[in-house]
Design a protein around this ligand. Structure first.
Ligand code: MN
Length: 206
C-alpha cells in the first residue's frame, strides 16, 4: 500500500481532540492558561495518542469511544478511552461568559424533581466532588428513564460504563486543579460553577 493511502486510513480511523470553544486563557481566574495548556494540551492529548496507539489490531478498531468505554475490559484501552470521553465532555461544558447561571428548559424541571432545587443539587454535586477519594470524576447523568443521578467514577471511568448518559462532569484528578489551587480542591470545585455552559449541559439531556 502506498504511503499516502496508509496515512489517509490512519487519519480516518484515529480518535481526535475536540477544538476548545474558548481561548486557553479565557477561563481565568477559575482555570489558568497554564492549567489549560497542560491539562488539555498534554494530559488530554496524551490519552488521545495512547488510544490511537492501543486500538489498531484489536476488536475495538473502528468502534466509537462510547462503545469502547461501555464494553472494554478493565485495562489500558478502557482507561484511555474513558479519559478521552471524560475530557471531551469536560472541556466542552465550559464558557468564559455563560448565558445562564442555572440550568434552563427541561433540565431545570428534572433537577427540581430529582434534587428538590438547583441549590440542593449543587450542594450534593459539590459534596460528591470534594469527597471523592483519590483520582476520579463526579458526574450528573440521566438513567434510561430520564431520572437524574449523581455518581462518582474512579480513575478514568465514565457513567456510560453503567448505561447512564453523562451530562456534567467535574474532574478531581490533581492535574485538573493543583497548579491553581494546590490542595484546595473545594475552592476549585466551588469556582467551577461560574463557568458552566448550561446550554451545553442541557443539550446533552435527552
Ligand atoms: Mn483530567
Amino acid at each position: 500500500m502506498n504511503t499516502l493511502l496508509t496515512t489517509l486510513m490512519i487519519s480516518i480511523m484515529s480518535y481526535t481532540m475536540p477544538k476548545l470553544p474558548y481561548a486557553n486563557n479565557a477561563l481565568e481566574p477559575v482555570i489558568s492558561q497554564q492549567t489549560i495548556d497542560l491539562h488539555y494540551g498534554k494530559h488530554f492529548q496524551g490519552y488521545v495518542n495512547n488510544l490511537n496507539n492501543l486500538v489498531p489490531g484489536t476488536e475495538f478498531e473502528n468502534k466509537s469511544v462510547e462503545a469502547i468505554v461501555a464494553s472494554a475490559p478493565d485495562g489500558a484501552i478502557f482507561n484511555n478511552a474513558g479519559q478521552v470521553l471524560n475530557h471531551t465532555l469536560y472541556f466542552l461544558q465550559f464558557s468564559p461568559k455563560p448565558a445562564h447561571s442555572e440550568p434552563t428548559g427541561k433540565l431545570t424541571e428534572a433537577i427540581k424533581r430529582d434534587f428538590g432545587s438547583f441549590d440542593n443539587f449543587k450542594k450534593e454535586f459539590t459534596a460528591a466532588s470534594v469527597g471523592l477519594f483519590g483520582s476520579g470524576w463526579a458526574w450528573l447523568s440521566e438513567d434510561k428513564e430520564g431520572k437524574l443521578i449523581i455518581t462518582k467514577e474512579t480513575n478514568g471511568s465514565n457513567p456510560v460504563r453503567h448505561g447512564l448518559n453523562p451530562l456534567l462532569g467535574f474532574d478531581v484528578w490533581e492535574h485538573s486543579y493543583y497548579l491553581d489551587y494546590q490542595n484546595r480542591r473545594a475552592d476549585h470545585i466551588n469556582a467551577l460553577w461560574s463557568i458552566i455552559d448550561w446550554d451545553v449541559v442541557g443539550s446533552r439531556f435527552k
